[in-house]
Design a protein around this ligand. Structure first.
Ligand code: PLP
Ligand code: COI
Length: 360
């Protein structure tokens, strides 16, 4: 499908800021958009970033048929921009679409829309460590109807956001997680494996509760309050005294983190030690107390590797991880991962895709 350009004239384009310290606040000048109607994606286009006109009855506003993705592109020393593992994001977007009864977006359309958009906006990709061009694909239902059923019309778009670290302070500032059985992010049979807006709306109240308690996020348990699942916007890991990373088993209420999958694939290639398993809260607490667990943290596109040095509990008690400092295994993983993303250490075949220069 041919992608059309309605780009701003050069004199109306903004100059990218020299420094980016925030996450997700800045937008570039353009976005990619496609419309779904009469059973097909139509009119794919690159257009100035700006508001959509939506009827107040649009289904996304009432019943939450909205999904999104999160990916990143990096500027390498050769000056070119490279997208990290977007193939995995495209697959997961279509998985989320199937969960929400939304149409798939063909991977060729997602990919070409993204590459052409980044090509046009390449000047916005920051160069500094811990900074990237954050990629946010989004799909939402636009049919004007009040019956609860799948919409027949949708908009798919991709926006770009030059960003710094998700948590202020980046890797060097460890965070605190609240472990609570009071709230759950998702349950078996629900929408936990989809990156859908509703899951994040549901995470706001628990996140507020965590903030009041002095934690950055909640570490959710399964619905029986027995096993560790994940945090509100990242997967979770801990490190055993022998250096092994342990990630909670994926199930139908946990988002299949591409960062976790990458860590496991690196382990399969012998570049570190990692495995997934069902982790009982009881054993996790015992491991923290006994010193068998020496490090812990979160894994995610925005979060990258975010060290956790303290867990809070509903009764007001807390446990420090290891000696409370950021450990060397987390640091080694963070450095390996970031260097692969920035191209100074080879990444596995196919993980980085150079953004081509297109005729416009
Ligand atoms: N879990 C949740 C709920 C998330 O929002 C994210 C962020 O995308 C992750 C895990 C990490 O997934 P990924 O590594 O694919 O970004
Ligand atoms: C990501 O890591 O890309 C996310 O989508 C997490 C969050 C910003 C919602």
């Amino acid at each position: 499908m041919e992608i059309s350009y309605n780009a701003l004239p050069p004199e109306r384009r903004r100059t990218p800021p020299p420094k980016v310290e925030t996450f997700g606040k800045i937008r570039t000048d353009h976005m990619f958009v496609a419309d779904y109607r009469d059973g097909a994606w139509r009119d794919p286009r690159i257009t100035p970033y700006g508001p959509f006109a939506l009827p107040p009855g649009a289904a996304c506003l009432h019943y939450g048929q909205t999904l999104f993705e999160g990916a990143k592109a990096f500027r390498h020393a050769d000056g070119e921009v490279y997208v990290w593992r977007f193939d995995e994001n495209m697959k997961r977007l279509n998985h989320s679409a199937s969960v929400l009864m939304m149409p798939e977006v063909p991977e060729e359309l997602q990919l070409e829309g993204l590459l052409r958009l980044i090509d046009l906006e390449r000047g916005w990709c920051p160069e500094k460590p811990e900074c990237s061009l954050y990629i946010r694909p989004l799909m939402f239902a636009v049919q004007d109807m009040l019956a609860v059923k799948p919409s027949k019309t949708y908009i798919f778009c991709i926006m770009l956001s030059p960003s710094g670290p998700y948590y202020a302070g980046g890797f060097d500032k460890a965070i605190t997680l609240l472990i609570t059985g009071r709230y759950h992010r998702a349950v078996s049979g629900g929408t936990g494996t989809a990156k859908c807006a509703g899951n994040y709306a549901a995470s706001l109240r628990p996140a507020g509760h965590a903030a009041n308690a002095g934690a950055e996020q909640v570490l959710y348990l399964d619905a029986s309050n027995t096993y560790l699942e994940e945090a509100g916007s990242m997967n979770h890991f801990h490190v055993l005294a022998d250096g092994t990373f342990v990630i909670p088993q994926f199930n139908d209420s946990v988002l299949r983190s591409i960062t976790s999958l990458s860590v496991l694939e690196l382990a399969a290639q012998g570049r570190l030690r990692a495995r997934q398993e069902k982790i009982a809260l009881k054993n996790f607490v015992e491991g923290l107390r006994s010193g068998e667990i020496i490090e812990a943290g979160g894994l995610g596109t925005a979060a990258v590797i975010s060290p956790v040095n303290r867990y809070l509990f509903e009764d007001g008690s807390s446990l420090i991880v290891g000696d409370g400092k950021i450990g060397r295994h987390s640091r080694d993983l963070y450095e390996l991962y970031s260097r692969m993303q920035f191209g100074s250490v080879p990444a596995p075949e196919g993980w980085l895709r150079r953004v081509p220069s297109y005729e416009k």
